[in-house]
Design a protein around this ligand. Structure first.
Ligand code: ADP
Length: 408
């Protein structure tokens, strides 16, 4: 057995997952949250081995504890105790490597990277570009390296997959010197998921990744779409930050920046208020009162007009990007949908591709509506472009990349 521990650390919480990489099965997962509050919460789930069938994990037992958790290091102590008391014991079978999700790798990190003190300094320095995320990721890295000093730790960057974008795709048309001195360019995010899904699509179809032109829609609370040519990201909708591109749960996606200048000048809104507006009070939430697409669908069923408009704006944007990326790729072989919305909302998938019959895209309504869960085809047999639903698994992708980078 080769266990790999994956850590996804936020500012006041972290998620973890232990995977056996011989079978790619999840052994345990958990969440430590409300770090620094009077009372923190730690949840640990152990998965039993499936008795037969595919190597999908199924739920065995979850235990939740409430206790004060002062900082990330204390949180790791709580996690280690959970592994010892509920299993599997990390003392008996320590992880062979620890993988860390890191949001921003700037233009410096283009592959999974073995963490050294110098890499930590670089991640810290990149906090200029991701002030909310990189310091939180680093807190997790430091706590994990203290807890597991003798195993390799690997950073897997959300931006890395998009480092293959050409200068034409990543350069903003603004004053070149200002852009260069402040590192203003498109970086793209969700790279781990886009890579996982495009690899999985090729494997599922039994076709070489190098021969496929793919479009991947990652539609969760955050949402982005990527054009992938032969396994390389050539265009992606998120940019300098995860704000750009698609309509999201609470983010506006694309908006004329001059609208924000106007709000600053005319409505006296501060930079922080504008930041809050477009990142946390916009998207589906701003348009229709909820960031959860299930609520929007239920409201549409009741005849709610705001919800209808919210849904239409959401789908209109998806269609625009689908068209743009078909043009950038010169056509596509595969279009995949993933994440909470992409995996569970047939109406979104149908709406996004409804007008693309001219490009050989034909969704099968019965396949699209079928309540299946695994990777599946939802296009007709006659469709020139294969349309898939591909459940994403960012932890597994991080674990795979971690193992690859940790092995000499
Ligand atoms: P995150 O970006 O936080 O990882 P997820 O990928 O889990 O998000 O997606 C969460 C979103 O997925 C929810 O906010 C909701 O809009 C959507 N969602 C989840 N389940 C369903 C469903 N059954 N039908 C429609 N939308 C769903």
């Amino acid at each position: 057995m080769t266990p790999v521990l994956v850590i996804n650390s936020g500012s006041s919480s972290f998620k973890y997952q232990l995977l056996d990489m011989d079978t790619e099965r999840t052994l345990a997962s958990g969440l430590v949250e409300r770090i620094g509050d009077a009372l923190g919460v730690a949840r640990h789930t152990v998965y039993a081995a499936p008795t037969d069938g595919p190597a999908a994990a199924f739920l065995d037992a979850t235990r939740t504890r409430e206790l004060p958790i002062a900082d990330h290091t204390a949180g790791f102590g709580v996690m280690l105790e959970a592994f010892e008391s509920d299993g599997p014991s990390l003392t008996d079978s320590p992880p062979g490597a620890v993988g860390h999700r890191v949001v921003h790798g700037g233009a410096r990190f283009f592959e999974p990277t073995l963490i050294t003190p110098l890499v930590e300094i670089n991640i810290d320095e990149l906090a200029v570009l991701a002030p909310l995320h990189n310091p939180a990721n680093l807190a997790g890295i430091r706590a994990a390296r203290a807890a597991f000093p003798d195993v390799p730790h690997v950073a897997v960057f959300d931006t890395a997959f998009h480092q293959t974008l050409s200068p034409a795709a990543y350069t903003y048309a603004i004053d070149a010197e200002i852009a260069a001195s402040h590192r203003i360019r498109r970086y793209g995010f969700h790279g781990t998921s886009h890579k996982f899904v495009s690899d999985a699509a090729a494997a599922f179809l039994g076709r070489p990744l190098s021969e496929l032109k793919q479009i991947v829609f990652h539609l969760g609370n955050g949402a982005s779409v990527t054009a992938i040519d032969g396994g390389r990201s050539i265009d992606t909708s998120m940019g300098f930050t995860p704000l750009e591109g698609l309509v999201m749960g609470t983010r506006s996606g694309d908006i004329d920046p001059a609208a924000l200048f106007h709000l600053s000048r005319r409505a006296g809104m501060s930079i922080d208020e504008l930041d809050d507006l477009v990142n946390r009070r916009s998207g589906l939430l701003g348009l229709a009162g909820s960031n959860d697409l299930r609520d929007i669908r239920a409201a549409i069923a009741r005849g709610d007009e705001r919800a209808m408009l919210g849904f239409e704006v959401y789908v209109h944007r998806l269609r625009s990007y689908a068209g743009a990326y078909l043009a950038q790729l010169g056509g596509a072989d595969v279009i995949s949908f993933t994440a909470g919305v992409g995996e569970n909302a047939p109406a979104v998938r149908a709406g996004a591709l409804a007008t693309l019959g001219f490009a050989g895209v034909e969704i099968d309504p019965v396949r699209n509506e079928a309540p299946e869960r695994g990777i599946r085809i939802i296009s007709t047999d006659a469709s020139a472009v294969t349309v898939l639903v591909v459940p994403t698994d960012e932890e597994l992708e991080i674990a795979r990349q971690t193992l690859g980078a940790a092995r000499p």
